[in-house]
Ligand binder design. Structure first.
Ligand SMILES: NC(=O)c1ccc[n+]([C@@H]2O[C@H](COP(=O)([O-])OP(=O)(O)OC[C@H]3O[C@@H](n4cnc5c(N)ncnc54)[C@H](OP(=O)(O)O)[C@@H]3O)[C@@H](O)[C@H]2O)c1
Length: 249
């Protein structure tokens, strides 16, 4: 596969780091960024404007608003877009390609731990999964509606889970634990729960920790009192609604 990565910002840099063994060309208009990346990847070709895209698998990673100004010549073999809220119909109108895929990675791509949602032409499903597996786990979805739902669940939720992490340490600090000690717990805490969720239902995990009249049960009641469960449900719903609005422009 001949890859063409267009836009080499935050998300694309994470992708690039894991695709250096492919035949890949990068298009990046920011000169400073290009110099930094050239230093890291001396064997990769960097261009400031796109070449003809014919036969390339194009990975589009510019900001959504840049799409309007992007002029691409030729017909790609496949287009993989990571642009939030930009539907396949717009991509088809803007870029000529045989196959189209929409993908939604998350920020954990920086550590190869993204859970990336994908949808689009089934004929290029395996190719897209191969490319995006380089930044973590991939989940193929059957429609753009599902992808828009997963945008909140996987794309936005790292920010919400960061809020949970910060709030937990705020509570510990309020009681007198030094801030740096409280933060020291967080990575392993999230990793540990993640590992357990691989093969345990969340409700069973919760029940295992929550002994009768114990500390967890007391804290759990406080979380319910604060409407935490419902707040997360509403957060997912509003992220979905917002992605619908963005999709309509
Ligand atoms: N960050 C996330 O967590 C995340 C998650 C899922 C999806 N996404 C999607 O990923 C895309 C990129 O996000 P990002 O956070 O990585 O943005 P970003 O850091 O701003 O990266 C975009 C890069 O593309 C460059 N660029 C702009 N116009 C260009 C052009 N015509 N040709 C080539 N390069 C061009 C920009 O240069 P300048 O700085 O000079 O404009 C910038 O370096 C967005 O569409 C976003 O919806 C991001």
């Amino acid at each position: 596969m001949k890859l063409l990565l267009i836009g080499a910002g935050n998300m694309a840099s994470a992708i690039l780091k894991n695709l250096i063994n492919y035949n890949i060309t990068v298009v990046e208009k920011n000169q400073k960024r290009t110099e930094e990346l050239k230093w890291l990847y001396p064997d990769i070709t960097f261009l400031s404007t796109p070449p003809e895209i014919t036969d390339y698998v194009v990975i589009l990673a510019v900001k959504p608003q840049v799409l309007d100004t992007l002029e691409l010549r030729g017909r790609a073999f496949a287009l993989i877009s990571i642009l939030a809220g930009v539907p396949l119909s717009t991509l088809k109108y803007k870029v000529q390609a045989k196959y189209y895929i929409r993908a939604m990675p998350n920020i954990a791509a920086l550590r190869q731990k993204s859970v990336t949602s994908l949808t689009g032409d089934i004929e290029f499903k395996e190719g897209a999964i191969e490319i995006l597996s380089s930044i973590g786990k991939t989940i193929w979805l059957n429609s753009e509606k599902e992808l828009d739902i997963a945008t909140g669940l996987a794309g936005s939720s790292p920010a919400w889970l960061a809020l949970v992490a910060e709030a937990l340490s705020d509570g510990a600090v309020a009681l007198g634990l030094p801030r740096e000690k409280a933060y020291e717990y967080l990575p392993m805490l999230f990793e540990g729960v993640g590992a357990l969720l691989e093969d345990q239902h969340p409700a069973i995990l919760k029940d295992k920790v929550m002994s009768p009249a114990g500390t967890t049960a007391c804290g759990y009641a406080k979380l319910e009192e604060g409407g935490v469960r419902n707040s997360f449900i509403e957060a997912i719903k509003s992220a979905y609604q917002r992605s619908q609005e963005l999709r309509k422009g």
